[in-house]
Design a protein. Structure first.
Length: 400
């Protein structure tokens, strides 16, 4: 499989009878949308957004190529994981297709001492934090409960309960503020999670306690089958006003804008200026998860319009036209992406089955008598299978 940022656009799709009209989305020059790189791959100069643009003013060609590499490899990993699920190697997979710029841009804005609280789709952010991508797949294969040590990369385990990680992030941010640290926290969630009470509580506590946290909402416009307009009457970033802290809407398919705005928001947090809500306006080009069929609720015309804004192709066009990036770079990256896909497949298939008794570990820090009792009962239950198997074997041989 070769890396191709436009592969999704050429994949045959079942035409649907869906009558939903394509959503109107903010375009170039929209006053409420921070955009530094247009869908055509040209730099956007907007005086109204100069404060954000300053954070990427000195970005080098090598750094731009690094962002491009991050997005391409993240997409390749994501595609391989989707294929593995379709082949029965994973129980489920939540694709990030189309959201690479939002994740790579924001992820590269963080410092090593910042702490990240993801949901279950932040594969690109995990890549930026140095988490081996194969470690993301253990949970989806059902062989572990996470796959990595959160403290090794300051990247929390994936959170399946929608929106609850924003509370964890807020509490952590309040804690490091009391410790006097100058680091920051970033919490990721989607437009669907923005309707959860946990998110509202997080906004309240972070504002009241001036917590150094950035709420990064990836608005991919669909909470499974529910469009954003079924959840809010105003753009999501405007909700921050009611809690007393800034909200910014950024073009989520523009990696430069996502990098710049997230850097700006994290610096605010580190200076003690409190929380920020960043709404990355993007699009989920794939299904919500591999158990979902978006053709039942989403018109093909809508997806086609967003494929023209592909975040990877956008940066590639800029690299080809405005930097000294040659075809050798893209060829080497294609080979690297193929090697990554092969490694992911080999590692997943070699993952050992978990120890059945591991479920009782780390339930309590100092142990618990009830857990010990349950462990013993479960061990006896497991042992009964081998005993029955041995008895059947003896019976089958006539007892000799």
């Amino acid at each position: 499989m070769t890396v191709d940022s436009n592969a999704a656009a050429r994949t045959p799709r079942k035409r649907t009878a869906a009558k939903k009209s394509a959503k109107k989305s903010p375009g170039v020059g929209a006053p409420d949308l921070v955009q530094l790189l247009s869908p055509e791959g040209r730099r956007v100069e907007d005086p109204a957004h100069a404060e954000y643009a300053a954070f990427v003013e000195d970005i080098t060609a090598d750094e731009l190529r690094g962002l491009y590499r991050d997005m391409v490899l993240t997409r390749r990993f994501d595609a391989e994981a989707t294929s593995l699920q379709r082949q029965g190697e994973l129980g489920l997979w939540a694709s990030l297709l189309g959201q690479e710029a939002a994740q790579i841009g924001s992820g590269r804005a963080t410092r090593d001492d910042d702490y990240v609280f993801p949901t279950y789709r932040e594969h690109g952010v995990a890549w930026c934090r140095g988490v081996d991508p194969t470690n993301l797949l253990g949970m989806f294969r059902g062989v572990n409960n996470g796959g990595w040590d959160p403290n090794s990369n300051n990247f929390h385990l994936y959170t399946i309960v929608i929106g609850s990680q924003t509370l964890h992030a807020t509490g952590y941010a309040m804690g490091i503020a009391k410790d006097g640290a100058d680091s920051a926290v970033i919490a990721y969630f989607g437009d669907g999670a923005s309707s959860q009470g946990d998110v509202a509580e997080s906004f309240t506590f972070s504002a009241v306690y001036n917590a150094p946290v950035v709420f990064f909402c990836q608005n991919n416009q669909w909470a499974i089958s529910e469009p954003t307009e079924r959840q809010t009457r105003v753009p999501l970033y405007q909700r921050a006003q009611g809690y007393g802290f800034p909200g910014v809407r950024v073009d989520g398919n523009d990696v430069l804008a996502c990098l710049a705005v997230t850097k700006w928001a994290l610096e605010r947090a580190r200076r003690g200026e409190g929380p920020t809500l960043v709404e990355a306006f993007t699009y989920r080009m794939g299904a919500h998860t591999t158990s979902d069929d978006p053709s039942k609720y989403r018109a093909d015309e809508e997806r086609e319009a967003w494929e023209a804004k592909d975040p990877i192709q956008r940066l590639r066009t800029y690299l080809e036209s405005e930097t000294d990036t040659d075809e050798g770079f893209f060829a080497e990256l294609e080979a690297e992406s193929e090697a990554l896909g092969l490694r992911v497949r080999e590692v997943v298939r070699a993952m050992p089955d978990p120890d059945p008794m591991a479920i009782f570990e780390n339930a309590y820090a100092d142990g618990h008598s009830l857990v010990d009792e349950e462990r013993a009962q479960f061990a006896a239950y497991q042992a009964s299978f081998s005993t029955e198997s041995d008895s059947d074997s003896v019976a089958g041989s006539g007892g000799n």
